[in-house]
Write a protein that binds this ligand. Structure first.
Ligand code: ZN
Ligand code: ZN
Length: 334
């Protein structure tokens, strides 16, 4: 039960719930069954695209010259390239017509993508990573043995470390009202697209980006590799692309099926599963995994929030209380 939903916003209208319910039934077998006429070879190739992209990104970091891979601008270019590549796939391998990108959605997503890689990234560095590095220095913590490990192993360790923190932060957001109020705007999005992972209240974007990676002496290339692997997985997990990756990928990594179910418009209660933004294995381990997918996504009455509403959302209960108190005192005085 979402207490905020009861006190503030109208409940999901009957039609949206009915749509969501029939969509869940419809999608129970996955998108593959609906695109069976594509032919088994094409379906298999389409389903392999996320895994192939992930392998290509890892190979880039492992094989490109260090003069290139150590440069932080390379991280910016690779991250942007992944986003635009997956966005491009939405045009040729569309999953749901109702999620098709329009200019309003695209410009909002682009705004958040830029905000995330500039202001939020800076805030995380200044308010979390640098203080952690200072603590590490002060306490004399050294983990130089890490740099002896193969780059690819370090990259996976970075990925697991970041995702483990994100899993519990995300779960907390679905279990504690003050944190839910920061995360709810992300659930108010009414369609899923490649850059939607970065759409949400800035406080949430900051909180979900916190990690303890700065406490370890990972090779910088391994950190960049781990970060871009997360970009690949979370982009595909939000993208309107009809790839249903094979079990070798989907047992460990989050897919659009898992994550669309997490975004279901059925009810707030139904979103409390599949918390792993990129590593669904944590849900399987900690008992929050649910099978299925949803075509109808959103919260409450499925009204799309503006950027202003997304930013004000956590403060709305306070604003409402203040307004009603003022109204009460005005009517008492009048
Ligand atoms: Zn969530
Ligand atoms: Zn999401």
């Amino acid at each position: 039960m979402d207490p905020y939903q009861d006190s503030h916003a109208p409940k999901a209208d009957a039609q949206a719930v009915a749509d969501a319910r029939s969509s869940s039934d419809l999608d129970a077998a996955g998108i593959s069954s609906r695109y069976a006429d594509e032919g088994p070879v094409k379906r298999a190739l389409v389903n392999l695209v996320p895994l192939a992209t992930l392998i290509a990104v890892v190979l880039f970091w492992m094989l490109a010259p260090r003069s290139l891979t150590e440069n932080s601008w390379t991280l910016v270019v690779v991250t942007a390239s992944i986003s635009f590549f997956v966005l491009g796939l939405e045009f040729v391998l569309e999953r749901h017509e109702g999620w098709r990108l329009n200019w309003t959605e695209f410009s909002t997503d682009l705004f958040y993508q830029i905000l995330y890689s500039t202001v939020i990234a800076w805030a995380v560095l200044a308010l979390a990573d640098e203080p952690l590095m200072a603590i590490k220095e002060k306490l004399g913590i050294t983990t130089l043995w890490l740099t002896e490990l193969p780059l690819v192993v370090q990259a996976f360790m970075v990925l697991v470390l970041i995702e483990f923190g994100q899993y519990w932060m995300h779960r907390l957001m679905h279990n504690w009202l003050p944190f839910w109020l920061t995360h709810a705007p992300h659930h108010h999005i009414t369609q899923l697209n490649a850059m939607k992972g970065a759409v949400g209240n800035p406080i949430e974007l900051f909180l979900i980006s916190l990690s303890v990676v700065a406490l370890f002496d990972f090779d910088v290339v391994a950190i960049f590799c781990g970060l871009t692997m997360l970009t690949v997985i979370s982009s595909f997990a939000h993208a309107n692309v009809r790839s249903d990756p094979p079990l070798i990928y989907s047992y460990v990594f989050t897919t659009i099926r898992h994550h669309s179910l997490h975004h279901t418009a059925l009810s707030y209660e139904d979103t409390r599963c599949n918390y792993g933004n990129s590593v669904i294995l944590f849900d399987r381990i900690f008992g929050t995994y649910r099978e299925g997918e949803s075509r109808v996504v959103g919260q409450d009455d499925r009204r799309r929030l503006s950027i202003y509403e997304q930013w004000m959302f956590p403060f709305q209960p306070l604003i409402d209380r203040f307004r009603s108190a003022r109204k009460n005192s005005a009517s008492a005085n009048g």
